[in-house]
Design a protein around this ligand. Structure first.
Ligand code: SF4
Length: 204
């Protein structure tokens, strides 16, 4: 009989609904510890709502969870140069990197064997870019990164089904204030953003 212990991994978690599916996959292979670090979420009341769903899921399933600091100013400083770029752009890459860097830092400090993230369950996020960032941070912090594309094979649909079963709150925007404003093409923010993009010189 093998007495090999499952690898202890730190799972960066963006929200409860995404966690449902990812945990159902990862817990078959790993000893999963949840890490909630999302200073991108705005406003604070929305942050509290998403956090409450993660805490609820972890309590019901007896999953250890660490709630990291909520430091939106530092997050803003990391992405501000790209704030007008829209979703799935450099703004989001900087946002993924900011959250994953803290996850790796914590994993290294607390001797986790690997890092993974729920971010790739969303069809709105760039899994390839997330994995590239994860691999770079893995080298920097000398902690293994578990590559993923959790939306594949019906993963995203499964997260919706599970979150309904748990009666979870499902957010209607990615997280930052910009993603909230960009949902409305007629918002002042969207108009301003579009004007900036239209005024960029076109490459010949
Ligand atoms: S849209 Fe989402 S991933 Fe992109 S910057 Fe905003 S919160 Fe981050």
């Amino acid at each position: 009989m093998s007495n090999t212990q499952p690898k202890k991994i730190l799972l960066h978690t963006c929200c409860g609904p995404c966690l449902t599916h990812v945990y159902s996959v990862c817990s078959s292979f790993y000893d999963v510890h949840v890490f909630f670090y999302n200073p991108n979420i705005s406003p604070r009341s929305e942050y509290q709502k998403r956090l409450a769903e993660v805490e609820y899921f972890c309590t019901v399933n007896s999953i250890p969870v660490t709630i990291a600091q909520y430091n939106p100013k530092e997050w803003f400083n990391a992405i501000k140069a790209y704030r007008f770029y829209g979703e799935r752009s450099e703004r989001c890459y900087a946002c993924y990197a900011f959250r994953l860097e803290e996850t790796f830092r914590y994993a290294r400090e607390h001797n986790y064997e690997a890092v993974c993230t729920t971010l790739t369950v969303s069809p709105y996020k760039d899994a390839q870019k997330i994995n590239e960032i994860g691999k770079e941070l893995s080298i920097k912090y000398q902690v293994e990164y578990i590559e993923s594309d959790f939306k594949a094979d019906g993963g995203y649909k499964h997260s919706i089904e599970l979150s309904k079963q748990y009666g979870m709150y499902r957010q209607k925007y990615c997280g930052c204030i910009y993603s909230k404003l960009e949902r409305k093409k007629t918002s002042l923010w969207s108009i301003k953003m579009q004007a900036r993009q239209d005024s960029k010189p076109v490459a010949q």
